[in-house]
Design a protein around this ligand. Structure first.
Ligand SMILES: Nc1nc2c(ncn2[C@@H]2O[C@H](COP(=O)(O)OP(=O)(O)OP(=O)(O)O)[C@@H](O)[C@H]2O)c(=O)[nH]1
Ligand SMILES: [Mg+2]
Length: 693
């Protein structure tokens, strides 16, 4: 492979709504450029980019994959991203390290909700973009309708630089609006036959051409003057204007084609080479000196000190850990020690390689802009900055979003409990948005993530990679019990069976404590009616009974016990007997103290576009939630409120369908509140039923 200087590199991520043909487009790029001998297909599992078994089985991408093609003396690094919003963190990590994005939009569906989301992320990183309207060979394909949806939904003026020849099953090629030539494709090998513009398309092509020329002229004052004078711009001028406009973000070129038919694919590569930003065009990257706020900068130059950011980690049960990173400055050879500035440790690098889907191609040396991998690093994780120890720098990390959906996991085979924790730990190396916890109260193992698909995919990975099979259940809500009233109650335990008997007798006052007040035990025995050594046993008996719950099996909290009276027997009394007496008194007494159930309430923040606000608030009210305030974030509304945890166990899919996927939410624990009696009655009845079973 030829060596490429930073200015000959083009890094791009392929992004867009699910199923628009991103992976197929990458396969077509690999095939048409001559990198792959065969055209990989998602549908028959032969895709080199969707190489994970879960992807091949489901025919969807669940994780970003990197590859590269060589085209016109340039190396184009390609990162294929998933379209499912469950994997937005992974998409964001990929977008954070590329220099450009190809946004794939379906010729029928137009701009969809995830198109908008990934567009916003690309905005965050100020990425130059092009739009590829794919699947022009599909029934109902409509190029102009998609342009309209770009205008209305992305609120962007996009500039077609080609238009389709035909559509649906008659889609045969494209007209290049710069050269004003038509290219007609006979097979899927990507090479179109140059020909005159078909007569029926001449007028349309001229209209699109003029409007493209105007857009390009507008991006550059000099060109504008020329255009006003001459009324036309040369192909060379158009190309240089386009490059300026695309790299600065003022022009978004639109091309179209068909990934499976190989149409529009060479145009994509030509445009990437001619108009996308190289790592040098992107300029210096900012970071901070480790442990300080002082800003550091690195030029995208080989002469700078080395710096790179880790954007992905793959946990392979056999090959060990693979760490993928993007170089921002300096050079790197194989078999060197590299400083992890985020962790302040040194890692030994073995072979470095370029990624080719799941395969690797050994790399001699890395330069700024390279996307590469290394195996078996010990402590480095996604988001870490690698640098030169003498000139360390730390780049900003992509923030890990908090999980929004949880399931209780239980092993299919007994004895696998410990394996669950350790294998999920390995999975979190790859994907920090998957979270494992144990609920001490409900005793359940909890697997949390960004949505149902996300969690299910990880469960499948757990089975494949570590041989652990689990069932997913709706997690139990950690309810609590408490009391509202007070009482004075006696517990008397007496047993006479043959030899030595058992005798314990105590009288206690039970009263409520304020919420969060915990448990208090006061020893108010006078005159030794219960000897000192037995009194802590009463306390112990109460603590144990409270942990087990009285009305519905949930821990009783926030109450005070005063041990006020009792009696004992010199021979038959024991600690055990007083413990039992204490627990008897407590269980009886609680029933006389207006016992109630408490439920966890969470703080929730829901972000939705304006038009969904009414529905989302109405729904929140029906979930016993309350709105506490409103905020705006860009063009979105943020609804802040509180809602019982029990009501949002399946909120992720619900919000998704309510808002056509455009809503987001996060939540955090807040406090406990009394469960309304009509709901408490049901919970109590259910727990009774469970206890009987
Ligand atoms: N007719 C037609 N079908 C296409 C074209 N490109 C992709 N497809 C089909 O569209 C489906 C989805 O393609 P993918 O390449 O998996 O789409 P994706 O955007 O990578 O999907 P996710 O990664 O799951 O978001 C597959 O069945 C492809 O065969 C095309 O140009 N024309
Ligand atoms: Mg895909």
């Amino acid at each position: 492979m030829a060596k490429y200087e930073p200015k000959s590199l083009r890094n791009l991520a392929v992004i867009g709504h699910g199923g628009t043909g991103k992976t197929s487009l990458c396969e077509s790029l690999l095939f048409v450029s001559g990198k792959n001998e065969r055209l990989g297909r998602v549908d028959d599992g032969s895709s080199t980019m969707d190489y994970e078994p879960e992807e091949q089985k489901k025919h969807v991408s669940i994780s970003s994959a990197a590859n590269f093609v060589e085209w016109d003396k340039h190396k184009i690094n390609i990162v294929d991203t998933p379209g499912d919003s469950n994997f937005t963190f992974d998409i964001k990590c990929s977008l954070s390290i590329v220099d450009n994005a190809v946004v794939v939009i379906d010729s029928v569906g137009g701009v969809e909700f995830q198109t908008q989301k990934v567009w916003e992320i690309a905005d965050e990183y100020s990425l130059p973009r092009m739009i590829f309207i794919n699947r022009m060979d599909r029934e109902r394909a409509d190029f102009n309708k998609v342009l309209e949806s770009i205008k209305t939904k992305l609120k962007k003026k996009a500039t077609p630089v080609c238009i389709p020849v035909g559509a649906e099953d008659k889609f045969q090629g494209i007209i290049d609006l710069i050269t004003m030539k038509a290219y007609i494709f006979a097979d899927n090998k990507g090479v179109g036959k140059a020909s005159e513009i078909p007569a029926d398309l001449v007028e349309e092509a001229n209209l699109f051409h003029s409007s493209m020329v105007e857009d390009i002229a507008e991006a550059d004052d000099e060109l504008m003057n020329k255009y006003l004078e001459a009324g036309e711009l040369s192909a060379e001028e158009l190309k240089s204007g386009l490059r300026k406009g695309v790299t600065s973000g003022s022009i978004i070129p639109v091309i179209c084609g068909s990934a499976v038919k190989g149409i529009g694919v060479t145009m994509l590569m030509d445009l990437a080479v001619s108009s996308f930003a190289s790592p040098v065009d992107r300029g210096p990257v900012k970071g901070t000196k480790p442990g300080t706020d002082s800003v550091e900068e690195r030029q995208p130059s080989e002469d700078e000190a080395f710096s790179a950011i880790v954007f992905k980690t793959i946990a392979d049960p056999y090959a060990g850990r693979l760490t993928l990173f993007r170089v921002y400055s300096g050079k790197l050879n194989s078999d060197t020690a590299v400083y992890n500035a985020s962790k302040k440790i040194t890692e030994k690098f073995g072979h470095i390689f370029f990624l080719e889907g799941k395969n690797q191609k050994q790399a001699e040396m890395l330069v700024p802009g390279d996307i590469a991998g290394v195996a078996k690093l010990k402590e480095t994780v996604t988001g870490d900055t690698l640098s030169n120890e003498k000139k360390p720098i730390v780049f900003a990390k992509v923030a890990v979003p908090p999980p929004i959906m949880s399931f209780a996991v239980e092993p299919k085979s007994r004895g696998d409990e410990d394996k669950i924790a350790s294998s999920i730990h390995r999975l979190t190396e790859e994907d920090p948005t998957i979270v494992f916890s144990r609920n001490v109260q409900t005793k359940e193992m909890i697997l949390s993530g960004m949505g149902q698909t996300h969690i299910e995919v990880n469960v499948e990975k757990m089975k494949r990679k570590f041989g652990v099979e689990v069932n997913l259940n709706t997690p139990k809500v950690p309810y609590l019990e408490t009391i509202k009233g007070k009482t004075n109650v006696q517990g008397r335990y007496k047993k006479q069976s043959g030899g030595r008997g058992q005798f314990g007798d105590c009288t206690i006052d039970i009263e409520p404590m304020p919420r969060g007040g915990g448990y208090e035990f006061l020893d108010k025995i006078v005159g030794g009616v219960i000897p000192g050594q037995y009194r802590p046993a009463v306390d112990k008996g109460i603590v144990e009974a409270a942990a087990k719950g009285v009305i519905a099996g949930y821990p009783v909290v926030d109450f005070r016990i005063s041990l006020v009276f009792g009696s004992y027997h010199t021979v038959d009394s024991s600690e055990m007997a007083f413990k039992i007496a204490g627990s008897m008194a407590f269980q009886k007494g609680v029933m006389d103290c207006q016992p109630i159930l408490l439920e966890p309430i969470v703080n929730i923040a829901i972000e939705v576009p304006d038009e969904y606000m009414g529905d989302v608030i109405g729904d929140l009210n029906s979930r016993r939630g309350r709105v506490l305030g409103m905020d705006t974030n860009g063009t979105n509304q943020v609804i802040k409120g509180q809602v019982p945890l029990a009501e949002i166990l399946k909120y992720a899919p619900d919000l998704r369908s309510m808002t056509s996927g455009r809503g987001n939410f996060t939540y955090t624990d807040s406090h406990y509140e009394e469960v309304p009696s009509y709901i408490a009655d049901k919970i109590i009845a259910e727990s009774k039923k469970e206890a009987e079973e």
